[in-house]
Design a protein around this ligand. Structure first.
Ligand SMILES: Nc1ncnc2c1ncn2[C@@H]1O[C@H](COP(=O)(O)OP(=O)(O)OP(=O)(O)O)[C@@H](O)[C@H]1O
Ligand SMILES: [Mg+2]
Length: 291
């Protein structure tokens, strides 16, 4: 009787060994993968500057695909904002990837304050270029840790400041434990608008020169849209911003709108200018509204 339990435990233990070794193998494989994008051998520092962005005759294709960008030119002066509009698959998200150097251009160059993004340290670049992706990923952790993700040394003060900028402080303060409140599995206990504002706070925590917002086509209700717009307005102030957007109310926040087609900027101007000049522009906006 006394031996019964230990023996069963031993059986269970040996049964677990193959599973553990298979899982361990997969983790090691991932750890061994060499990143394709690495620091340059002789990195230069990013000079101080306002966050001036220039895409100069950029060509890009994914390793397995056809050309996505084909002679793409764009200049965003420091502190200014540009909204990017284009049909689905036209390469908007790709533009964001190239600026934050998740991929390298296959031709031409991308400059931040005059230096090629390939010539600076990745850590330095990602400190200055923050991206909010289409899908916000929140961890099952406290709100504070979610905002400070990637920057665990941030002080409570910095976290609060970022949350205030992103108009998230108020709803965080209203939760039971404030900044210590736990976000559920994948953050599903928060509304879409609240998740987006947590993501915004995370992005502005390091006070980056450049902010890129890749806005999903998802339909949000009018109140949420309004909350997000107010948040965007404050985080964009004085910061170079690229917003990928579809809603006219968001497009109006940008100083300039560009329309991408076939890997190039077809035209740029205000939202109203483009509506008048390019019938396809209105059609693209209308088609992305119904998702
Ligand atoms: N990781 C990838 N590998 C290969 N091809 C890709 C990859 N990501 C995107 N593509 C292709 O590159 C093209 C541009 O994609 P991108 O995601 O930049 O478009 P988008 O303008 O952001 O579209 P959406 O409005 O749907 O978000 C598409 O044809 C897409 O299929
Ligand atoms: Mg996209």
């Amino acid at each position: 009787m006394i031996l019964n339990f230990p023996l069963r435990l031993t059986g269970w233990f040996f049964a677990e060994i193959p599973r553990a070794s298979a899982a361990g193998g997969r983790v090691l494989e991932l750890l061994k993968t060499a990143p394709e994008i690495t620091d340059p051998k002789q990195p230069v520092d990013i000079p101080p500057g306002p966050g001036d962005i220039r895409f100069s005759d950029v060509h890009f294709e994914y390793p397995d695909g056809s050309p996505v960008l084909d002679g793409f030119d764009l200049h965003v002066p420091g502190g200014r904002s540009v909204a990017v509009v284009g049909a689905t698959g036209s390469g908007k998200t790709t533009v964001a990837y190239l600026l934050a150097r998740f991929y390298d251009v296959t031709g031409g160059k991308v400059l931040l304050d005059g230096v090629d993004v390939r010539s600076v340290r990745l850590d330095d670049l990602r400190n200055e270029v923050a991206v909010v992706f289409e899908e916000t990923f929140l961890f099952s952790a406290s709100i504070r840790d979610n905002i400070a993700f990637g920057n665990p040394d941030a002080s409570d003060e910095q976290v609060r400041l970022a949350a205030r900028l992103a108009q998230a402080h108020e709803f965080i303060a209203e939760t039971a434990d404030g900044y210590d409140s736990m976000i559920g599995e994948r953050g599903y206990s928060l509304s879409g608008g609240q998740r987006q504002r947590i993501a915004l706070a995370r992005a502005v925590l390091r006070d980056p020169r450049v902010l890129i917002l890749d806005d999903a086509t998802s339909s949000v209700d009018a109140v949420t849209e309004d909350e997000i717009r107010v948040a965007l307005k404050t985080v964009m102030a004085g910061r170079t911003t690229i917003i990928i957007a579809h809603r006219p109310s968001t497009l109006l926040l940008a100083d300039q709108v560009i329309f991408i087609e076939e890997g190039k900027v077809v035209d740029s101007g205000t939202h109203m200018d483009l509506l008048e000049r390019i019938p396809r522009y209105g059609a693209v906006l209308a088609s992305s509204e119904v998702v």
